[in-house]
Unconditional design. Structure first.
Length: 393
């Protein structure tokens, strides 16, 4: 009995021993784990703290650089007026120095644009352009350079004026702050100077418009300025205005109306360019452009204009047929053109119907009637068109 009691006590003692051992191990394990986690958390906290301090330091450095640049800019701008009575050579050297230091020199260069010497003003405009282009390529703010060049557009000297235009073409401002100054300044002088200068201004407006279009920004102001360019007395300028409207993808009712009007231009190059751009826009916007074309076809007194309109309608119709869409909106006015008083217009209408490969029964009927036309070339065009349509079937 005594032995049995001792055995039981031994068993109980062992149980307690293993229980204490297991609990102690778990506690130690938990403690070590907690210590590891605490150390990791502490290390992470230190890393986060270091990262924050590094970020704050960089922010302070950036702020210091900005203040330093502002201080330099203000100081140089104050120095510039003191050079009024200095020889041109000294002022030109100062401009070279301002160009070399870059951004901080733009304020002083804007002051130099008011210098009495035309050569100094032109050199200052050139320096602003180079700084602005460099800042743009580096991804830094270049508003000051662009705005300074906009000021130079008012210069009485044609040399300075042309230099400012050329440099703005390289700088190409896009920020809201610079655009608010530059675009109105360009529009204000788009009728100033030679036809070459006016042409260059439209180029700059077009370049700015392309950048805006790529960024999804509105090009309405640019579009309106280019449309105004269609009234210029230079054929080259009017043709360029149409090209720029195409480049900025200004597919709007205002643009369509202006281009349809341009089909009546006195210059063949302007009419041809307007036709090409209308075709480009019309292939994807037939429903918007066709009604304007039909109205012009019915009401324009110029056979040449009606001939161009038929060309545009035919190209739009061909695009519709290729896409498997209905071409009735185009076929109907072309059938009207097939009875036009001018043989050239009737001939062109027959050609376009054939090139479209239209499936319209009305077109075949009208072309068959045209085989009796009094004009030999219309009869020939109608016959050729019928063969094309039958071959396409």
């Amino acid at each position: 009995m005594l032995i049995q009691k001792r055995l039981i006590q031994n068993v109980n003692t062992k149980r307690w021993f293993w229980t204490i051992t297991v609990v102690t191990t778990l506690l130690l394990g938990f403690g070590i784990s907690q210590m590891v986690q605490f150390q990791e958390a502490t290390a992470q906290s230190e890393a986060d703290r270091f990262a924050r301090l590094a970020a704050e330091l960089e922010a302070l450095k950036a702020e210091h650089r900005a203040l330093q640049a502002k201080w330099q800019s203000e100081l140089l701008a104050q120095i510039a007026p003191t050079l009024t009575d200095e020889p041109q050579a000294v002022k030109r050297q100062f401009v070279d120095f301002l160009e070399e230091i870059g951004g901080p020199g733009t304020g002083a260069l804007a002051v130099m644009l008011k210098d009495s010497s035309k050569s100094v003003r032109r050199k200052a405009a050139n320096a602003l352009g180079k700084i602005g282009e460099d800042e743009r390529k580096a991804g830094r703010n270049y508003d000051a350079a662009a705005i300074g060049l906009a000021m130079a557009l008012k210069d009485d000297s044609d040399d300075v004026f042309r230099e400012a235009i050329a440099e703005l073409g390289d700088v190409r401002p896009t920020s809201a702050e610079s655009l608010a100054v530059v675009v109105p300044a360009l529009i204000a002088v788009q009728t100033k100077g030679s036809s070459s200068a006016r042409d260059d201004i439209l180029d700059v407006l077009g370049q700015i418009g392309e950048d805006l279009a790529e960024n999804g920004q509105s090009t309405d102001t640019i579009r309106d300025a280019l449309i105004a360019g269609l009234n210029d007395n230079s054929t080259k300028v009017r043709t360029n205005a149409i090209s720029e409207l195409s480049d900025i993808q200004a597919a709007s009712p205002e643009t369509f109306a202006a281009l349809v009007q341009a089909l009546s231009d006195d210059a063949k190059s302007v009419r041809s360019r307007a036709e090409s751009v209308l075709i480009k826009f019309g292939k994807n916007r037939a429903a918007s452009i066709t009604p304007m074309l039909v109205d012009a076809l019915m009401n324009n007194q110029s056979a040449t204009t009606r001939w161009h309109i038929v060309d545009v309608l035919g190209a739009i119709g061909a695009a519709l047929v290729r896409k498997g869409e209905l071409d009735e909106m185009v076929v109907k006015p072309l059938l009207v053109a097939l009875t036009d008083s001018a043989a050239d217009v009737r001939h062109n209408a027959a050609d376009e119907l054939g090139e479209m490969h239209t499936k319209s029964p009305a077109a075949l009927t009208a072309l068959t009637d045209a085989l009796e036309d009094k004009s030999k070339k219309v009869r020939s065009a109608a016959q050729k068109a019928i063969r094309r349509i039958e071959a396409a079937k």
